[in-house]
Write a protein that binds this ligand. Structure first.
Ligand code: SF4
Length: 291
């Protein structure tokens, strides 16, 4: 009886701590929204700070603080998938412009106080695909100018699903970026359609051609991001998948390939983590190709 009571109070305490942690993170996240107080959505323009294994102590920039807009609708998406599933966006309903993004960054830096000196990276990521934003290139340039004007030695990064890599906006933005982290999760067309569920007009072969050209266009760090998973009926972690991806990666010559599995509740419940031995075998095949 005593033990049971102890267990219950321990469980309660840990649930309370988890609740507090979640609340703290939400406050940090929401506090960086546009300071005018005009609520664009529940999601902030600048979020964090994050302790990223890849990027260190960093902030994220979300160009779609309203509904999530993405050219994919990945089955594993832990943001719930695309609320607007589009291959291109003509008009940003939230009216986000370079000034608003700079104001949100400046507010976040003030909130960080002396911790701002520890920042290693600011990354375009967030609620959808950042390169779809109609003012993407302008905003990237403005953020670069802002962080340079502050003398901050910060790496400016882009996390992209690669669907717009060949578009003029991305080409215009590349000289202002230090780091590009780009998908694919697979190089097999039918698996791409199942896993990433691209919007009409987004084709895997175009995406792979653009990825292969990236190294020639961009002089910063290129990382490929591959999410390995299984779901009812198939997986994308077999040796054959790894060999295909390695052939593509050899053309891109990335600085690194980051392998992940599903690490947050996926959009589709049937999606499961790739087992560790399969991930290790996949990684060993990439290493065998010098990646
Ligand atoms: S590309 Fe990213 S944001 Fe878009 S649906 Fe896939 S996981 Fe979600």
């Amino acid at each position: 009886m005593v033990n049971k009571t102890r267990l219950r109070s321990h469980e309660k305490a840990s649930a309370r701590r988890a609740g507090l942690r979640a609340q703290w993170r939400m406050v940090e996240f929401a506090d960086y929204r546009e300071p005018s107080g005009r609520a664009l959505s529940r999601i902030a323009i600048v979020y964090g700070p994050l302790h990223s294994r890849r990027r260190g102590f960093s902030l994220g920039i979300n160009l779609f603080p309203g509904p999530s807009i993405c050219s994919f609708n990945c089955i594993y998406c832990f943001r719930g998938g695309a609320q607007r599933h589009l291959a291109s966006v003509e008009r940003d309903e939230a009216g986000l412009d370079p000034d608003k993004v700079i104001r949100a960054i400046s507010y976040a830096l003030r909130r960080l106080g002396s911790d701002a000196e520890k920042l290693r990276a600011i990354d375009f990521s967030g609620n959808g695909e950042p390169t779809l934003h109609p003012r993407f290139a302008e905003i990237v340039r403005a953020v670069r100018e802002y962080i340079d004007s502050k003398g901050m030695g910060i790496s400016l990064g882009l996390f992209t699903n690669s669907s717009r890599l060949c578009g003029p906006a991305v080409r215009e933005a590349l000289p202002y970026l230090d780091h590009v982290e780009a998908k694919p999760d697979t190089v097999v067309t039918w698996k791409f359609r199942v896993i990433n569920q691209p919007a009409p007009g987004v084709e895997l072969h175009d995406m792979l051609e653009c990825l292969a050209m990236l190294r020639g266009l961009f002089h910063g760090t290129v990382a490929l991001q591959v999410i390995l998973l299984e779901t009812d009926g198939f997986a994308n972690y077999w040796p054959w998948d790894a060999e295909q991806l390695a052939s593509l990666a050899e053309k891109i010559s990335p600085d690194r390939v980051n392998l992940y599995t599903v690490y947050a509740p996926p959009r589709q419940k049937a999606v499961r983590k790739a087992p560790k031995p399969q991930m290790e075998r996949y990684a060993a095949i990439l290493r065998g190709h010098g990646l």
